[in-house]
Design a protein around this ligand. Structure first.
Ligand SMILES: NC(=O)c1ccc[n+]([C@@H]2O[C@H](COP(=O)([O-])OP(=O)(O)OC[C@H]3O[C@@H](n4cnc5c(N)ncnc54)[C@H](O)[C@@H]3O)[C@@H](O)[C@H]2O)c1
Length: 318
């Protein structure tokens, strides 16, 4: 068991990134390598996976599943830290059984192996869905706005359940082994700069048309993938509770409307405090106080015209 409460520094540290071939994982590998970490990717492999890992700056690539306890045990041996991002990243990523097994069992096995190997720090992917609100098939809304990590969970789907299980496993293994852990409740994470923001702008308009309640539950939050990587790397060197995961997001919504107006239109029955301007109706203070994290890239920086207008959700001309 390690006595360290967090990694002293990233430079020169050996860091295993599970899911390092994925969207957030590849950005984390890149950010860690830029800071001088010795990164090993652990992912399912496939065509050119090792070449992609090397291109992102990783020193090594291991092929394996997080549900394979022995392979995970070998992968975490001799690592100073682990960033655990491998998983099925949504309800569309397999059957309910596959999603729950990979996310819940896989996370338990990675956390347990890290604890037994004496790894100094582990950062794991939770989600804004740990609350169960956005993916709930019923017409639920938060109990209040802004809502935070203490929002009571109302889980009714396998993905959110797996994220709640991840946070429960983090609490249990921190308690049992003293493993220093931090979870991050990522919101919608994308590379928002693709095609000068047009791809992301189209994505949010479609999401608002198809499931406006889900977007209101999420407080119209998002995070560029480079900011998600920065928060993840910051978590390696900060001491935090193992759970609940820390909500991270860009400080303003992707909407053109002021947040108070959007809340009045979308969730008038939910008690709320006044939210200034286009600030997100989600409490981000733990990201600042525990990690010193503030997102730097905003959709409006790429062009005000990219913001979604609740009065006009037609496909924007790209
Ligand atoms: N992208 C988002 O909007 C978002 C939001 C909230 C939470 N998250 C969480 O962040 C994490 C990373 O998400 P992402 O967007 O980078 O997803 P992604 O699908 O781009 O990457 C996931 C990676 O995990 C790997 N993987 C899947 N099953 C595996 C297994 N059994 N063993 C080893 N590797 C496996 C995949 O090959 C892939 O490289 C996930 O836990 C996801 O639930 C993502």
């Amino acid at each position: 068991m390690s006595g360290a409460s967090a990694l002293d520094r990233v430079a020169g540290s050996r860091v295993l990134v599970t899911g390092g071939d994925g969207l957030i994982g590849a950005a984390v590998v890149r950010a860690l390598a830029e800071e001088g970490a010795e990164v090993t990717v652990y992912d399912l492999g496939g065509d050119d996976a090792a070449a992609r890992a090397a291109e992102a700056g990783a020193r090594a690539h291991l092929t394996g599943s997080v549900t394979d306890a022995e392979a995970v045990g070998r992968a975490v041996a001799d690592q100073d830290a682990v960033v655990h991002l491998a998983g099925r990243a949504g309800l569309d990523q397999g059957t309910a059984e596959e999603i729950y097994r990979v996310n819940a069992l896989g996370t338990f096995l990675v956390l347990q192996a890290a604890a037994l190997a004496g790894v100094g720090k582990l950062v794991y992917a939770s989600s804004i869905n740990a609350s169960g609100l956005p993916l709930n098939p019923h017409a639920v809304l938060p109990s209040r706005y802004p809502w935070g990590e203490d929002e009571p969970a109302v889980i009714a789907d396998a993905y959110s359940l797996s994220k709640e299980a991840n946070e429960a496993a983090a609490r249990a293994l921190a308690r049992r082994h003293g493993l220093p852990l931090t979870g991050l409740r990522y919101p919608l994470v994308r590379d928002i700069t693709v095609d000068d923001g047009a791809v992301f702008a189209r994505h949010v308009r479609r999401a608002l048309r198809e499931d406006p309640r889900r977007q209101a539950c999420e407080g119209w939050t998002y995070l560029d993938v480079r900011d998600a990587a920065a928060a993840t790397v910051a978590a390696l060197t900060h001491e935090t509770p193992a759970a609940p995961g820390i909500l991270v997001a860009a400080p303003r919504t992707y909407l053109r409307q002021d947040t108070d107006e959007a809340l009045q239109r979308s969730a008038p029955e939910v008690p709320r405090e006044q939210v200034p301007g286009r600030d997100v109706p989600v409490d981000l203070h733990r990201a600042v106080s525990l990690l010193g994290f503030k997102a730097t890239l905003a959709l409006e920086d790429l062009g005000e015209h990219l913001l979604a207008d609740l009065d006009d959700l037609e496909e924007p001309a790209s």
